[in-house]
Design a protein. Structure first.
Length: 822
């Protein structure tokens, strides 16, 4: 928010220097980002003086140049060569002295000693456009005869610089988005700090209705979206360039002047915080303004010439036939105010912040008006702003007010009642301020005291203070005006003795795994928990159904419309971004929460039970494992690299792999994938190669290997799987191999499960070391070569015991799986 130092002084009396003013505003919570001197004319006319032409002669080597001597009031006259046709002896002129810098748009040049056609020139006699005081270049400026020689040009033109104060307004302080809003806070601060000051706002005594020639009827069809709508018609306006004072006001704060009518509405908004709009009254067909939504499908061209299609929930200001404006956001080109406009309708309204925010986001528009409406303005300031604008229209455009104020205000918006307790105030601030100080600050901030007793105050907070609705909010307001630095640090520290709780072991494990992955060449990524609904809505992903998505109310955009069910898509977005920037060999991991909604668990007594939050660890590997060099050939990443990293994680956190069951994953995000489950059926890990269809949808052309570790379930499994010390056996282990012929659909995990159920004590390890499919095997068959490790911790196994165990293994495997020994 840009504030003009001079403009601010019109509303509150103060003598602070700009830098001191900035410090005062910052102390009240209106943090000043910068303070910059602004000149109405670039350069401030520095180095320009009034001179008198003493002599003027023809240039000896030119038919259009003149050689003059000019008195600048500083001793010897200066010789200046001038090419203006209207130059003559005895004139008072504006002279750019040596060293003066003149500006032409973004370019500049310095006046130096020079020779023109062989004659020395020690300055420049200037025209209007050369110094920025006008646009004429017909000749040099000729001043009145009584003008004092040597007077600085800035003094002659009464040029006065201003100061631009840039304030970083926080989202909750919509009341400070105007000069008067800032003046309110400054007034309270000045009063609290003992300055003689007063706050004044121009009255509306000059507002008079001239006739009733152009009455306008207003109808609000959606009073929830439009809480108040007021308008006035102004006839016989002359739309023209604004006077210099108004253009200067707007230019200083960075608002581009357009014409007097539009500039008036911008001026009122920047002065009092009320966004306004002006319509060409001839475009208000039927002399009727209708505020409504449900304009879906209608085409609308905004003032910038862009076409927009209105949606069902776009609030629009319409005439009897069509929309004229997207309410609170952007006006329409067809109903704008142009040079040929003679009659206008001024709008001053209060729109609900949520409706304006959604429309602005939906159409990708952001304006000064929408910025204010989205945050909440003063609903009771609309008529004041409307009358101020009407007064200016009469003064600057010679218009006539041609109707009584039309004000449709279905339900009056009152202030916020707050009970403020003195004892609570002192306790929260940490200092006893006293009732008089509290009352003084509250009233200076325009809070109304409706009741006072020994314990505290009953206050009515103005409705424009949308951020002050609770006692703690009022106390914060009082403290920022009183001054945080005025609350002394106590000499004694009063504190309760607390004992630090034991650190959560789960986070310790997470740190260990993170360090392990970083050591293995992974980079950690962190993505937003809000994600695009397009990843779930209308897709065929069986593991992440749209019905289980947690939707966001009033999302900023559809790209942030839902909570993520999985970490997958955030990682793929990171991969796509990197691959598009030629970083193709990637290893990423992320830890974070995922969210689901389970309708069958919802109940009126406990609706929160329908929402499930789980902690996950995800890994992505893509590109080359080894980049080709003189020592190595290129080596592509494989699924087994991913699997090895997952197994290392499980091993590191103490999860024995033989406590998990491997199965083929049915999750269709994978072309090929597997799951690791507990024997109780809880999925701990899903991993595999992501489907080509999914990657194509994400615009990724290279293979990606992905693993999803359900950290929540892993924590539970680890608690049940306590680590125990086990001495290395002094008795030898025995290795036996079996070659099995099986159906092609049989998985090794089934063999391992049967083997471990068959021999739970002596069987230490089951490993698959060869798979064969092809020649010399029946169709639909494959061959597994499986290694079994047997060991007794108490004695050496003999052949008889070993053979008995192997026979049981063979029998159960062949019986249950239909396998044959090869």
């Amino acid at each position: 928010m840009n504030i003009s130092y001079k403009w601010l002084k019109e509303y509150v009396d103060f003598d602070l220097e700009p830098q001191d003013l900035a410090a005062a505003l910052t102390s009240t919570g209106l943090e000043v980002g910068s303070v910059e001197e602004v000149e109405t004319i670039r350069g401030g006319l520095k180095g320009l003086f009034v001179g008198k032409v003493l002599t003027c002669e023809e240039h000896p080597n030119s038919d259009h140049l003149h050689v003059t001597t000019v008195d600048l009031g500083k001793g010897e006259p200066q010789q200046i060569v001038c090419g203006a046709a209207n130059i003559a002896a005895g004139q008072k002129v504006i002279v750019a002295d040596l060293g003066c810098v003149l500006y032409d748009g973004d370019d500049s040049f310095t006046i130096k000693r020079s020779k023109l056609r062989g004659v020395e020139s020690l300055g420049m006699i200037c025209a209007e456009d050369e110094i920025g005081v006008g646009t004429s270049h017909d000749g040099i400026i000729v001043l009145p005869e009584d003008t004092q020689v040597g007077m600085p040009a800035a003094e002659y033109y009464q040029l006065d610089s201003d100061w631009l104060i840039e304030i970083d307004i926080t989202a909750n302080r919509a009341d400070a988005l105007s000069h008067y809003g800032v003046a309110r806070d400054l007034y309270a601060w000045l009063k609290q700090n003992g300055y003689e000051t007063s706050l004044h706002r121009p009255d509306c005594d000059k507002f008079v209705v001239d006739n009733n020639d152009l009455p306008i009827e207003v109808k609000i069809e959606n009073p929830d979206a439009c809480r108040r709508y007021a308008c006035l018609s102004i006839t016989d306006c002359e739309v023209k360039e604004s006077p210099q004072w108004l253009k200067d006001r707007l230019n200083v704060i960075g608002v581009r002047p357009i014409n007097n009518i539009v500039d008036i509405t911008n001026y009122v908004m920047m002065a009092y915080g009320q966004p306004m709009h002006c319509f060409d009254a001839d475009m208000v067909t039927g002399r009727q303004i209708i505020v409504k939504d449900k304009n879906e499908g209608k085409k609308f061209i905004t003032l910038d010439g862009e076409e927009h299609t209105l949606g069902e929930h776009d609030l629009a200001i319409c005439n009897a036939e069509e929309p004229m404006c997207i309410a609170g956001v952007f006006g329409g080109k067809g109903s704008g105010t142009y040079e040929n406009t003679r009659n206008v309708v001024l709008e001053s309204a209060y729109f609900h912040p949520t409706w304006i925010r959604k429309s602005a986001r939906r159409h990708g528009l952001s304006t000064d008006s929408s910025f204010r409406f989205e945050r909440g303005i003063d609903p009771n300031g609309t008529i004041y702003a409307l009358k101020q604008a009407a007064i200016l229209c009469k003064e600057l455009a010679d218009g006539k007010v041609s109707m009584e104020v039309c004000d449709v205000y279905p339900t009056k918006m009152e202030g916020f009642p707050v009970r403020l307790n003195y004892e609570y105030t002192d306790r929260l601030i940490g200092k006893q301020l006293g009732a008089d100080t509290i009352k003084s600050i509250a009233t200076s901030l325009e809070m109304e005291i409706v009741k006072e007793d020994a314990e505290g105050l009953d206050l009515i907070v103005p409705p424009y203070r949308v951020d002050v609705k609770r006692p703690c909010d009022v106390i914060e307001d009082i403290l920022r005006i009183y001054g945080y630095n005025n609350v002394e640090i106590p000499t004694e520290l009063k504190s309760s003795l607390t004992i630090a709780e034991e650190a959560d072991k789960n986070f310790h494990r997470e740190d260990i795994v993170s360090e392990q992955l970083v050591g293995a060449g992974f980079n950690e990524i962190l993505n937003n928990s809000l994600t695009a609904q397009a990843y779930y809505e209308g897709t065929e992903l069986n593991a992440y159904p749209w019905e289980q998505t947690v939707k966001i109310m009033n999302p900023l955009s559809s790209d942030l419309g839902v909570m993520r069910q999985t970490l997958l898509f955030g990682g793929l977005e990171s991969i796509r971004r990197n691959v598009n920037r030629k970083a193709q060999n990637l290893r990423f991991f992320e830890v974070g929460n995922t969210y689901r909604y389970e309708q069958d668990k919802w109940s009126e007594e406990s609706p929160i039970k329908a929402y499930r939050q789980e902690y996950h660890l995800a890994l992505w590997i893509t590109g080359k494992r080894v980049q080709g060099s003189w020592a190595h050939a290129d080596e592509e990443s494989t699924f087994y690299e991913l699997k090895a990293n997952v197994e290392n994680i499980l091993r590191r956190v103490g999860m024995a792999q033989n406590g998990l069951v491997a199965e083929t994953s049915q999750n269709n995000i994978f072309d090929k994938g597997m799951e690791l489950k507990t024997r109780g059926g809880k999925t701990i890990v899903e991993m595999g190669i992501l489907s080509h269809k999914l990657l194509k949808k994400m615009d990724i052309a290279q293979a990606v290997f992905y693993a999803d570790v359900n950290w929540t379930e892993l924590r539970k499994a680890i608690r049940k799987n306590k680590l125990q010390f086990q001495e290395i056996s002094k008795y030898p282990s025995v290795s036996r191999d079996l070659a099995l012929l099986l159906d092609s659909n049989i998985e090794f995990a089934q063999i391992e499960e049967i083997a471990r159920q068959t021999e739970k004590i002596l069987l230490k390890k089951v490993e698959l070391f060869d798979v064969y499919e092809g020649k010399n095997l029946p169709e639909g068959k494959k061959s597994y070569a499986v290694n079994f490790i047997l060991q007794d911790e108490t004695k050496t196994l003999n052949d008889k015991a070993i053979d008995a165990i192997m026979q049981k293994l063979i029998k159960n495997i062949t019986t249950k799986l239909g396998a044959e020994l090869r």
